[in-house]
Design a protein around this ligand. Structure first.
Ligand code: NAD
Length: 483
């Protein structure tokens, strides 16, 4: 029996105005999980109107009350953690034991962290020339946030906006990715159970170009938080022109392995970077630049690691990689692998789908050597389980290859030479550089985002940085001689 879920607007679970629905599928089996409302622009506008009311409620709550609300949400999520993790594994496809449970715990920590950090959002009292003036700043919520989220971490990425958004006093209209909308409904249920006041967070399901476009472009929203592809990010920036934007977009994780690196440790980390979440991670390692003298050794180590990965049913305790989430992602893998083969790259592991596992979305962990620097792997984001190796001769060449393409989110450098590590860290045009660590290394509170001049985003997510992004800094001056 297919379940039927609703959207959440103004504290009520509601159908869309047309009554039309779309389906969410289990990517490991192809079976329908649930039906959800296909929202319209009017539904989104209704949610925005509710959020305007919600904004008056949440912005007037004291910081301490909002902090307590975030803690309450974390407690409810903790109580329902297993249900959230099961929904995540079933609908997104990531392994329940090794990844889904951890993602839910990270999201819970996200609410606890926002509850804590918002209490320390101090501002300043500014010395000025005029002896009668007192000038100080305060941080205020921006108002109603339009939040649009992707399907690769469908519990944690929304929380990266919802937790600091609520803590700092914003109301939110949220459009989740259609393929992981049940995850969104379950998370919204936790917020409701924790007592988030009506209108403060509103969930609108449906197609991004319809309901997502409406919430980012409608004058009723004051600011936009978006995580997703660079192409959609650019479109949103145009449609939301003039609003403050927090955009977390694509990357292709250039990773440079110099000849003096600990090759075993590098291969271990690179395998995590390439294959965690079946490669569907914005910080995934997608372009491995290896010094030519160690290229064969690294390729061999990586191929062996790829072959150890057990692909299959996300609920099987032995399984470490599930299916890809959707067909466009799998089709992109097919295209990128074929492009590299056509340009002369050598397949050392995988390279095709594993439809015999029960769904065409299973993809074999893939390792390719001798990948040319003008291939799609080098220039674009692949977003699949692949380790493409490109050889280089000099540090300068490695840096130039790392910078190819228009993405600049996260990179990684492997060397034991301190000077070289620092030179590379400063030169690479990415927002984050991890030295002797996988490109996917990340913690909740560290600033995360793209480099300027690239197409990987605007602004920084993480801990106090998101709180600052989601608030306006207001300057107040006061003349004491006239009071
Ligand atoms: P996507 O851009 O296709 O979709 C993201 C969201 O935008 C979805 O909810 C979608 O419905 C919505 N959307 C689509 N068209 C829209 C439009 N015209 N207006 C408004 N909303 C619209 O991305 P995806 O495939 O869901 O996610 C994968 C991408 O997200 C990858 O590129 C990945 O690198 C990126 N990502 C970035 C980060 C980061 O922190 N930088 C984190 C995770 C994922």
């Amino acid at each position: 029996m297919v379940k039927r879920y609703r959207m959440y607007i103004d504290g009520q679970w509601v159908d869309g105005e047309t009554g039309e629905t779309f389906q969410s599928f289990n990517p490991a089996t192809g079976q329908t999980i649930a039906e959800l409302p296909r929202g319209t622009r009017n539904d989104a506008a209704r949610a925005i109107a509710a959020a305007r009311k919600g904004s008056r409620i949440i912005s007037r709550m004291s910081v301490w009350d909002r902090s307590r609300l975030c803690l309450k949400i974390a407690d409810v999520m903790e109580k329902r953690a297993d249900e959230l993790a099961r929904t995540l594994a079933e609908e997104q496809g990531k392994p329940y034991h090794t990844e889904a449970k951890a993602e839910v715990q990270t999201a819970i920590a996200g609410f606890r962290e926002a509850a804590e950090l918002v209490k320390w959002l101090e501002t300043s009292f500014i010395p000025v020339e005029d002896p009668n003036k007192r000038v100080f700043t305060i941080r205020q919520p921006r108002g109603v946030y339009a939040v649009v989220t992707p399907w690769n971490f469908p519990i944690n990425i929304p929380v990266e906006y919802l937790a600091p958004g609520i803590a700092s006093g914003n109301a939110i209209v949220w459009v989740p990715a259609p393929t992981t909308s049940v995850c969104a409904v379950k998370l919204m249920e936790c917020l409701e159970e924790a007592g988030v006041p009506a209108g403060v967070v509103n969930l609108v399901t449906g197609e991004g170009p319809v309901v997502g476009d409406e919430i980012v472009s409608n004058p009723g929203t004051d600011a936009v938080g978006f995580t997703g592809s660079s192409a959609t990010g650019r479109r949103i920036a145009e449609r939301a022109a003039g609003k403050p934007l927090l955009l977390e977009l694509g990357g292709n994780g250039p990773t440079i392995i110099f000849e003096d690196a600990d090759l075993e440790a590098a291969a271990e980390a690179v395998a995590v970077g390439c294959f965690f979440n079946a490669g569907q991670t914005c910080s995934a390692t997608e372009k491995i630049l290896v010094h030519e003298s160690v290229a064969d050794a690294v390729a061999e180590l990586l191929a062996a690691k790829a072959k150890q990965i057990k692909v299959g049913d996300p609920f099987d305790p032995q399984v470490t990689m599930g299916p890809l989430n959707n067909e466009p992602t799998a089709a992109k893998m097919d295209r990128h692998v074929q492009d590299a083969i056509d340009r002369g790259a050598k397949l050392l592991a995988g390279g095709s789908r594993l439809a015999e596992l029960g769904s065409p979305l299973f993809y074999a962990p893939t390792v390719m050597a001798g990948v040319p620097s003008d291939s799609a792997f080098s220039m674009e984001e692949s977003f699949g389980p692949v380790a493409p190796l490109i050889s280089f001769r000099t540090e300068e060449e490695a840096l130039q290859l790392a910078d190819q393409g228009d993405l600049g989110l996260v990179s990684s450098v492997w060397t034991k030479q301190m000077g070289r590590a620092f030179r590379c860290a400063e030169a690479i045009k990415t927002g984050i550089v991890n030295i002797n660590e996988a490109s996917t290394y990340w913690e909740l509170h560290i600033p995360f985002g793209g480099a300027s001049g690239k197409r990987s985003g605007i602004g920084r997510l993480g801990g106090k940085y998101t709180l600052m992004e989601m608030t306006d800094l207001k300057t107040i001056s006061f003349d004491i001689s006239r009071a």
